[in-house]
Design a protein around this ligand. Structure first.
Ligand SMILES: NC(=O)C1=CN([C@@H]2O[C@H](COP(=O)(O)OP(=O)(O)OC[C@H]3O[C@@H](n4cnc5c(N)ncnc54)[C@H](O)[C@@H]3O)[C@@H](O)[C@H]2O)C=CC1
Ligand SMILES: O=C(O)C(=O)[C@H](O)COP(=O)(O)O
Length: 380
């Protein structure tokens, strides 16, 4: 069989070489000519997969190594009898780590602790639910909203109006344009006006869930309002004025831990095996390397809040990604290419649970707080 795959999918040979020859293609510029002779198409979020790309091709199966599926015309795939598999939850942990790192910066900026803020979570799926569990175990007040979920399964839910009253609102919905509760421009001028004037908005979902022009205008009129954006309306195009006004800005890398990306490949491989009725022979654990940073130790002198933010930032330091993006954009004469270059050349990062943290046996509060945040805590 012939496989055409986005060149940015990791472990392609390790997982898929047994299926046939693999041709690598640049995902964003993939054309119908690239896929015409393919039996299997493997993509990431930057390839629009629809009739325009696939009509007349031999493609029997499409896999996307991503959580999001807004780039896939699933109705077309179904009508055309083409198999499909995405990677639900593959990088949820990485996005949670991103939000925890962002929160650590926000509370530092305000000279407060994690438990001094309330967090509104919009969308309580893989990412939102994991985030909710981590935050609540850390003692943070959460106001969660999800019109499609049952509180029996995801915990107490509030209305969007109520969630928007939180100190920090973080968005984890898919991008949808129709149905009962579409998310396109869910956060618009009116909703922004409902938020506290000194609130913070985090978007690590999809750019167009926020009306970016309205957000910039809102921030120009409310100097204490902060935004942390990983995703941008119309990316890889970017409104530089919006980026400059954001407290933290990153190039759609919230989910880019090595664990998350490789897990995405594994989930698609499993879907492909199922589709063709073949046994699953490969497992991610065969290929994941040892973490670069393996252990952080704390003494009994460190306050819990300080240990938490140090450990979170040892695992993932959002300010580095923010700095790299700002510098690259400043020097760039092609913003779209720079945005994609930053993503393609993203440095190695591991999920929080891969970091072992040593704490003295007598420090029960510290043990509890770090465990709540997801670390592999050991007493020493
Ligand atoms: N920045 C990044 O690198 C990444 C971004 N994402 C984005 O994050 C999104 C969420 O990821 P998951 O939690 O894994 O997806 P999921 O599908 O597990 O959960 C999404 C949740 O949003 C809810 N939802 C839908 N419409 C809503 C609305 N109008 N209001 C409130 N809730 C609504 C759904 O009911 C569902 O529970 C993905 O669709 C993807 O677009 C995902 C991974 C990485
Ligand atoms: O999984 C998702 O959904 C994401 O947003 C991915 O992290 C995006 O990564 P790319 O597919 O654009 O490389």
């Amino acid at each position: 069989m012939h496989i055409v795959a986005d060149e940015n999918i990791p472990l392609l040979n390790e997982f898929f070489a047994d299926f046939g020859e693999i041709t690598l293609v640049e995902g964003r510029s993939m054309t119908a000519a690239d896929v015409a002779e393919a039996d299997i198409l493997l993509v990431r979020s930057v390839t629009r997969v629809d009739a325009q790309l696939l009509a007349g091709s031999k493609v029997k199966f499409v896999g996307t190594a991503t959580i999001g599926t807004d780039h896939i015309d699933q109705d077309y795939l179904q009508d055309a009898g083409i198999g499909f598999k995405s990677a639900p939850g593959c990088n949820a942990q990485a996005v949670v780590d991103y939000v925890l790192s962002a929160l650590s910066v926000l509370v530092d900026e305000r000279g407060i602790g994690f438990t001094d803020v309330s967090v509104g979570i919009v969308g309580v799926g893989s990412v939102g639910l994991l985030l909710r569990r981590r935050l609540e175990e850390m003692g943070v007040t959460v106001l969660a909203v999800d019109p499609f979920k049952d509180p029996e399964e995801v915990g107490e839910l509030v209305t969007l109006d109520e969630a928007l009253q939180a100190d920090v609102v973080t968005l984890h919905t898919p991008l949808t344009r129709d149905g009962e509760h579409p998310t396109w421009h869910l956060i618009d001028q009116q909703r922004l006006a409902q938020m506290k004037p000194d609130a913070s908005l985090i978007n690590a979902g999809r750019g167009a869930v926020v009306d970016n022009a309205a957000l910039l205008e809102h921030m120009q009129n409310n100097r204490d309002f902060e935004a942390i954006l990983d995703v941008w309306e119309n990316e890889p195009e970017l409104d530089l004025n919006l980026m400059h006004r954001c407290l933290l800005a990153t190039p759609h890398i919230a989910g880019y831990s090595l664990d998350g990306k490789m897990r995405g490949t594994e989930y698609v491989y499993q879907g492909l095996c199922e589709f063709f009725g073949l046994p699953v022979r490969r497992k991610l654990a065969q290929f994941l390397p040892e973490p670069g940073v393996k252990r952080v130790n704390f003494s009994d002198q460190v306050p819990v809040h300080q240990a938490l933010r140090t450990a979170i930032r040892a695992a993932y330091e959002i300010r580095v990604d923010d700095g790299v993006m700002r510098t690259a954009m400043k020097r760039s004469d092609n913003l779209k290419a720079t945005f994609d270059h930053l993503r393609k050349n993203y440095p190695l990062r591991r999920d929080i649970p891969t970091l072992r943290v040593g704490v003295p046996a007598k420090c029960h509060d510290l043990h509890e707080a770090l465990t709540a945040a997801g670390f592999d805590v050991r007493t020493k």
